[in-house]
Design a protein around this ligand. Structure first.
Ligand code: SF4
Ligand code: SF4
Length: 475
């Protein structure tokens, strides 16, 4: 073959113009879209009274003060294990749903799917349904086409702006930030973030659409490892539909299957594929082809389910005439039960950790340079850096004491009192001295174990940490 005859390995993208469809899965997707987008756009505006000195936003990632607020829950940086636990639960949840129901995440709740649905919806409102959009795409540029294109991109840009705007509201007090944004007073990072998210939302949801799922997303490749013959996925019952044919009343049509080759399932597919060709990586299992085909079956008086959710394991039995197996028999199997158990274990552990975590914490670090100091009267003194963390919404006095050897005494640097006041939601570093009188066991010995106590003088809550005192015997 000469070089001029070498086939090109590049193929331009053929735009996909999904047709409007109605049915059970389409309605479910509308509801999921309303709920998920509603949660995303409205959550930063939910107010939550935390008392004075604390933000009244229910969900807030306060980067400046390194806190994450989620309604009544407040996560400090040292409690990042909660976030790690939630990520582990999200991962296990994805494994569970994928092994049980295939790409149900992709088809219904993935942000890429939800926003693409929204962009297609607005495109349909502006340009019309599938045929009108195909005609417009093929038509040469005219005033009408320019007007429609401009309208569409302005609406898409507004959706992108709202999306980027909602995102930055999660990182600051939303009403204050909104005023700052409008008056030009907001931090440049806020404007930059919004600009980037506006662009990426329009590009991924409006322009790239199915290409993100097919070429950019790693999930379709990973999920293949999680699916097996029991996984419920969408397929075409070719043993019922084939041989397909359009002319139901034509001579010889008695031998035809139920598929009338109307292409309704192909025309509604947001990925632009034909599910009758078999399982494909592109299929996000959104169920729209089921709705389209069920509608056709109803019109021609055939039972629904020519395209349907089923397990590949059932194919052979159904082909032989057996009725479909109940779906729950495929869902409840050892693999999904193991995922559910692990998911529940992590969930229960997080909930328990959430409820037993103290509202007051201390950490103690001994100052060992020098290890100890001998005062003029022979008293031996050790120094400690004590960090006191007050997670309450008001200022609290914390008293520091110790238990162990009765000869040991505690004093706080910079105050004659035993207590230190810690502001709301703050951590205070207090230098503490522990002394042992001359001739006492701790003073003359090498190492004496004792326990630091901190007591919240408002409610009596206590925390402790063990450490040791170093005496002259250490030398
Ligand atoms: S919608 Fe149903 S009948 Fe029409 S082409 Fe698809 S599978 Fe065949
Ligand atoms: S083939 Fe059906 S389920 Fe798969 S993406 Fe297309 S419409 Fe959705």
């Amino acid at each position: 073959m000469s070089q001029s005859e070498t086939p090109s390995l590049y193929a331009s993208r053929v735009p996909v113009f999904p047709r409007r469809v109605d049915g059970f899965f389409r309605r479910m997707k509308w509801w999921i879209m309303i709920v998920t987008l509603g949660i995303y756009y409205l959550t930063p505006w939910i107010r939550w009274d935390r008392g004075p000195d604390l933000p009244n936003q229910a969900v807030l990632l306060d980067l400046a003060n390194r806190r994450f607020y989620f309604f009544w829950i407040e996560i400090w940086p040292h409690e990042f294990y909660f976030v790690a636990g939630l990520l582990v639960m999200a991962g296990l949840g994805l494994f569970l749903f994928t092994s049980a129901l295939g790409r149900v995440w992709c088809g219904y709740t993935c942000p890429q799917t939800v926003w693409t649905d929204l962009f297609i919806l607005t495109e349909r409102w502006i340009d019309g349904d599938r045929n009108a959009r195909v005609r417009l795409w093929k038509a040469p540029w005219s005033l009408k086409k320019a007007r429609l294109r401009l309208t569409k991109y302005v609406v898409w840009a507004l959706i992108g702006l709202a999306t980027g705007g909602a995102w930055v509201f999660y990182f600051a007090d939303a009403p204050t930030l909104l005023v700052d944004l409008v008056t030009g007073q907001a931090h440049p990072v806020a404007y930059t973030t919004m600009a980037i998210l506006t662009f990426t939302t329009v590009f991924m949801g409006g322009i790239a659409r199915e290409q993100v799922c097919i070429y950019a997303c790693p999930w379709p490749r990973i999920q293949a490892a999680m699916m097996d013959e029991d996984t419920i996925t969408i397929g075409y019952r070719d043993w019922r539909g084939e041989p397909r044919g359009k002319h139901r009343k034509a001579e010889g049509s008695d031998n035809l299957g139920d598929c009338i080759d109307c292409n309704a399932c192909v025309n509604v597919c947001p990925m632009g594929i034909d599910i009758r060709d078999g399982q494909q990586l592109e299929c996000i299992t959104c169920g729209l082809c089921i709705d389209a085909c069920d509608d056709v079956m109803a019109k021609i008086g055939k039972p629904r389910g020519l395209i349907d959710y089923f397990a590949l394991q059932d194919e052979a039995a159904e082909r032989a005439g057996a009725p479909p197996t109940q779906i729950w028999r495929h869902i409840f199997r050892p693999r999904t039960i193991v995922y559910t158990s692990l998911w529940s274990l992590v969930g229960v552990a997080l909930v328990v950790a959430l409820f037993v975590r103290p509202e007051l914490e201390l950490t103690v670090a001994a100052v060992r340079n020098p290890t100890y100091v001998t005062l003029s009267d022979g008293t031996v003194r050790n120094a400690y850096e004590v960090r006191l963390r007050n997670k309450h919404g008001d200022e609290r006095p914390f008293r520091i004491t110790l238990t162990g050897d009765p000869a040991l005494r505690v004093t706080l640097e910079g105050t004659p009192y035993e207590a230190v006041s810690v502001p709301a939601q703050e951590m205070v570093l207090q230098r503490v001295y522990v002394t042992a009188p001359p001739g006492s066991d701790p003073a003359e010995g090498a190492r004496t174990e004792f326990r630091f106590w901190v007591t919240d003088m408002t409610n009596g809550e206590r925390a402790h940490q063990d450490t040791h005192f170093v005496g002259r015997g250490e030398d």
